[in-house]
Design a protein around this ligand. Structure first.
Ligand code: GYE
Length: 325
């Protein structure tokens, strides 16, 4: 190979490598020369909700002509902090992320601010005393979701004075949805003396987590009336343990979960889940709209919530073909 050719080959190899690893921040995708570059740090791939959310974000970026640098944190905060630092180093136009837990973001958010890169929070909130470290937060009202779950349960058992023993499968410890879904639910049931959460543990929002923790609940307690799962995947994992224990999910144990993924609607149609509180992951288009506005220096609202419903077994079969995630 002559010198010119080998230099050209080396240059091509370099470009290919840079594209393949997105310059170190994750996979690069989409956009033209003057496209907005968005660095996005996702929580992980822990649930059906998350998979749908990731797909929605990737598709929406493509449709909006935004160059997306996507990074998966595998549910570890340190990975997210690293990804955000790498986005800052690369000088992306906007950073968006869905924080795995609520606290511990002050330093990295201050770093983004001093680099002059606007930050958009999506799906989950952060706990911070600092002012103006992010532009806006787009996501569901998790406290309200917990309240909806509690309200349905209280009405369902309205004619009974008997004790209602509830076990709770919590989402990732320290995450906004786990904290808020517990808070909203507890607020409602604590107005009634006969409702009690007898056991509550972290199932990390995964099927295997739900299955394992439910198995432990069942082996130490034979008087469980209700399972409140902070997401569908944990409820679906728990159903396996309930069935293995020779019990009928949805009959012997009333099951409430949150998200509304297709598999949970199927389980509802099969009589195995009693109530699903919807949490919509398809927020990619709204996110890209906000990213565009923030990049253009337009004013955006500090908090944008997502509209969501509540579904029972009667509605499950009819709704199933229309479920988008
Ligand atoms: O409910 C759960 C996922 O933050 C709303 O995270 C999200 C939650 C969702 O793992 O399934």
């Amino acid at each position: 190979m002559n010198k010119t050719l080998s230099t050209a080959a080396a240059a091509i190899a370099l470009v290919t490598a840079a594209t393949a690893c997105g310059g170190g921040g994750g996979e690069g995708q989409g956009g033209g020369d003057d496209a907005i570059v968005l660095g996005f740090s996702q929580v992980g791939a822990e649930s059906g909700w998350r998979t749908a959310n990731t797909e929605s974000i990737k598709n929406a970026a493509k449709d909006a002509g935004i160059e997306l640098k996507f990074s998966d944190a595998q549910q570890q905060q340190e990975n997210q902090i690293q990804a955000i630092r790498s986005f800052i180093q690369q000088g992306v136009d906007v950073i968006a992320f869905s924080p795995v837990v609520e606290s511990g973001w002050d330093t990295v958010l201050a770093e983004a601010k001093s680099a002059g890169i606007p930050v958009v929070l999506t799906d989950r909130a952060v706990e911070t005393d600092q002012k103006d470290v992010y532009e806006t937060f787009l996501g569901s009202d998790f406290v309200e979701e917990g309240r909806k779950a509690g309200q349905w349960l209280v009405e369902e058992y309205a004619d009974s004075e008997e004790d209602v023993n509830i076990v709770e499968l919590q989402g990732t410890t320290g995450s906004a949805p786990a904290i808020d879904r517990k808070e909203g639910f507890t607020e409602i049931i604590s107005e009634h003396d006969n409702f009690e959460i007898t056991a509550s543990q972290d199932g990390d929002f995964t099927r295997s987590g739900g299955q394992e923790v439910m198995q432990a609940f069942l082996s130490s307690d034979d008087d469980i009336d209700v399972l409140y799962a902070h997401n569908d995947d944990m409820a679906l994992g728990a159903i396996e343990s309930i069935e293995s224990a020779g019990l009928e999910p949805g009959e012997d144990i009333t099951i409430i979960s949150i998200d509304g993924i297709k598999d949970a609607f199927q389980a509802m149609a099969d009589g195995k889940i009693n109530l699903v509180v919807e949490c919509n992951p398809l927020i990619g288009p709204q996110l890209m709209d906000l990213v565009g506005k923030v990049h253009a220096g337009e004013e955006v609202e500090e908090r944008i919530t997502v509209e969501e419903g509540v579904y029972t077994q009667d509605e499950a079969e009819e709704e199933l073909p229309d479920r988008k995630y």
